[in-house]
Design a protein around this ligand. Sequence first.
Ligand SMILES: [Zn+2]
Length: 63
Amino acid sequence: MILRFECECGNEVGFHLMGDRDEHGRYWLDVEDDDRLAVLSGEGGSLLKCAFCGTVYRLQTTD
Ligand SMILES: [Zn+2]
């Protein structure tokens, strides 16, 4: 497990390595259970949406 996400409602979802790397040697992260958390693309970053309570978290990129 590389990352662990915990929503304020208590929904916990882990991110695992998918195994394959991309052409730059970077690992892909895979959501443990996409019925509990959706990873979406938003303006200038990624969005994490909890499937339990519907809360959306915005993850901003730094570059
Ligand atoms: Zn939640």
